[in-house]
Design a protein around this ligand. Structure first.
Ligand code: 0RA
Length: 677
């Protein structure tokens, strides 16, 4: 029979090698001239990705660039989750590429069943939605941010190299310019032998993001590290190493957590005072008609006052908007703790039930689910939509948390005491809020005296500058466009919000001014429909004090006006870091990069550069030109992409551990970009 092969072919839709014959017959009956058509189809697929990269990786900015790394790493994590890989090594290459290496089974090298001209590996690299994410016989569950596959990375790279150790042989393949085949898969030698004498297996993918696609192609190691650490927490025992071979880079890092999400909770609570030393943990798995589901929960309370320490994940993806798993957990947590409180006479018949937020105050918990076909919904695709997950998590929590409470009576007592206190504080806070409302109703519009408001009443064009210090506030008032720019000077260090409960915070005059100026309320009452400014811009000095105040403000917004941050209303102004003289003119330079660019343009520039410390060093005219003029300024938009990580950063900064807070502020004083991606 013509075209019949002697070697097995690989069916990527079942993840199984197929012997020649049988299933292959239908392939042979197809029109042989269609092979060329298939190749064209493949190229058209990748072309579609290049035309609209945003549809596949979200953006061509820094987030999209880093998404490329996650996409490749996710494939290796899938291989680890299936029990075949133990180690993933991520390396940033000196020439700007990124290498991801695993010790899994290796991508199949056999000819593909659907595309007999190609190896299965070539299909994985060039056909959209091919790869580990096939149903049925493939992996039970899989990650992949939104499961777009390595072919998307290939489409958006100027070069990709793949090395596969499988069946004792090392194979190699290369692509250039968005997925054009440069070298077809071929054997380049024998795979090296491991300590146990067997040949190594595994996959290595190297890629160089295409500079014509991305705004910027240099990776930021801290962004990658946060995500890699999170993946290590979510996959107990998985070893993930990171090395940066670029000049001047930091030391290599290795993450491996035998305790998995228990270690995650310990880590998040590390800078806090925990209520008890153990971390609670339970897990439950279920097979249903619609596939396999499992849930894992780890939890510990600390003495803090926040009720947003619940972080959820679905197949290793941080579900920032929550979803069914969070709903199930919250409902069962509230029920179980109330049931326990009644049974143990901690709540009397006449008492109201504890509310969910009372019980969650000070709780750090990770809820991680894995399921066959996760549905991600919501604005940022960060919400899990699979309904059956809710009842699985609810049942697991009802059973196992009740057990845990019975088996840990002294821990349970502390949890209950804390929740009862929180309920009292909630009552007090409500009274305080009502009082603030009445007060602001009394002084006319209720706007703070220090506020120099703008004349426009349209939030879409109105901006609030929060300016540190009175003198800088004065310059900003003189400089501004009073139609659209309002100035609120704030003094000194505003209250440390991590330590304070709402009612105490509202007594602080700086906070009161801030709340009434923004106009959307505070805490649970916050309503972004009522905000008076579309942009809230923090303008602080570029020194340690400025950095501290900026972080305090961000913490406040993050904790008490979360939607303001989530909806992208919060910005950081960037006053220039340097000035220098050119002839009789003063030139301002935003940062070190701008300074280097300036020196390149003016190689003979002899004058010194002044390091600008304070906004006060500029007069109104200079402040306008360098920092406030909408046609010239650069604003950093503050986003909360990874609530879990942000929570940790804020906690380190604002928590009870004064030492780590100091070190953090000192090391990050120059770098506010850590908040941006
Ligand atoms: C398809 C099928 C199999 C493994 C993989 C893909 C695979 C993909 C990647 C990507 C990075 N590392 C990887 N490791 C494995 C199953 C292989 C088999 O049945 O032997």
């Amino acid at each position: 029979m013509a075209g019949r092969r002697d070697h097995p072919v690989y069916d990527l839709s079942t993840g199984c090698p197929q012997e020649p014959g049988g299933l292959q017959e239908h392939r042979l009956s197809a029109d042989p001239t269609s092979y060329g058509a298939e190749a064209i189809q493949v190229l058209e697929g990748l072309e579609a990705v290049r035309k609209r990269p945003g549809m596949y990786i979200g953006s061509t900015g820094p987030a999209g660039l880093h998404h490329m790394v996650y996409e490749v790493v996710d494939n290796s994590v899938d291989e680890a989750m299936a029990g075949h890989a133990t180690t993933i090594e991520v390396t940033l290459l000196a020439d700007g590429g990124c290498e991801v290496r695993d010790d899994g089974r290796g991508i199949p090298v056999e000819p593909s069943l659907q595309y007999p001209d190609m190896s299965a590996a070539e299909v994985v690299l060039t056909v959209l939605h091919a790869g580990g994410k096939f149903g049925g016989g493939g992996y039970k569950v899989s990650g992949g941010l939104h499961g777009v596959g390595i072919s998307v990375v290939n489409a958006l790279s100027s070069r990709v190299e793949v090395e596969i150790d499988r069946g004792g042989e090392r194979h190699a393949m290369a692509f250039s310019d968005g997925g054009e085949l440069l070298e077809k898969l071929h054997v380049i030698g024998a795979s090296p032998l491991g300590d146990d004498g067997t040949a190594r297996t595994g996959t290595t993918v190297r890629f160089w993001p295409d500079p014509t696609v991305f705004d910027e192609v240099s990776f930021r190691s801290t962004t990658l590290l946060e995500r890699l650490q999170m993946m290590a927490f979510l996959n107990a025992g998985l070893r993930i190493t990171f090395r940066d071979d670029r000049p001047g880079a930091a030391e290599p890092v290795e993450y491996c957590y035998e305790g998995g999400i228990r270690d995650f909770v310990r880590h998040v609570n590390a800078s806090k005072e925990s209520l008890f030393s153990d971390v609670g943990y339970f897990a439950q798995a279920e097979e249903t008609d619609s596939g396999a589901m499992e849930v894992e929960v780890a939890f510990q309370w600390n003495t803090g006052y926040h009720s947003d320490g619940l972080h959820s994940f679905a197949n290793g993806i941080n579900t920032i908007e929550g979803g069914m798993h969070e709903e199930g957990f919250k409902k069962a947590l509230t029920n179980t703790v109330n049931r326990y409180a009644r049974e143990h006479q901690l709540l009397k018949d006449k008492d109201d039930n504890l509310q969910g937020e009372d019980i969650r105050e000070g709780l750090t918990a990770i809820v991680s689910v894995r399921l066959t076909d996760p549905q991600f919904e919501g604005q940022t695709k960060g919400k899990l939509g699979n309904v059956p997950v809710r009842s699985l998590v609810e049942r697991a929590t009802n059973d196992k948390l009740a057990e845990w409470l019975e088996e840990h009576p002294s821990e349970a007592k502390r949890v209950l005491q804390k929740a009862l206190q929180a309920a009292k504080a909630r009552e007090a806070a409500r009274n305080a809020r009502d009082a603030t409302r009445r007060k602001s109703a009394l002084d006319g519009a209720g706007l703070p005296g220090k506020l120099a408001d703008c004349s426009s009443k349209d939030p879409r064009e109105s901006e609030l500058y929060i300016v540190e210090g009175n003198s800088a506030g004065g310059s900003a008032k003189d400089a501004r466009n009073s139609e659209t720019m309002a100035i609120l000077p704030i003094r000194g260090k505003i209250l440390n919000v991590e330590r304070a409960r709402l009612e105490r915070m509202l007594a602080n005059t700086e906070i009161q001014a801030l709340v009434s100026a923004i106009g959307g309320g505070v805490g649970d009452d916050f309503d972004s429909e009522r905000i008076r400014y579309g942009k809230v811009i923090i303008m602080c000095d570029a020194d340690v004090d400025g950095s501290h105040i900026r972080t305090l403000l961000l913490t406040f917004f993050f904790r008490q006006m979360r939607p303001l941050v989530e909806q992208g209303h919060v910005f950081i102004a960037q006053p220039p870091l340097y000035s220098t003289e050119v002839g009789r003119n003063k030139v301002y330079l935003k940062d070190d990069a701008a300074k280097s660019a300036f020196l390149e343009r003016h190689p003979n520039h002899k004058n010194e550069f002044q390091r600008l410390k304070g906004l006060g060093e500029m007069d109104a005219e200079e402040l306008w030109q360098t920092t406030m003029d909408p046609t010239a300024r650069t604003l950093l938009q503050v986003s909360v992409e990874q609530a879990a990580i942000a929570d940790e950063v804020f906690s380190i900064l604002m928590g009870d551990d004064v030492e780590s807070r100091k070190t953090f502020i000192q090391t990050n004083a120059q770098d506010v970009r850590f908040l941006d991606i």
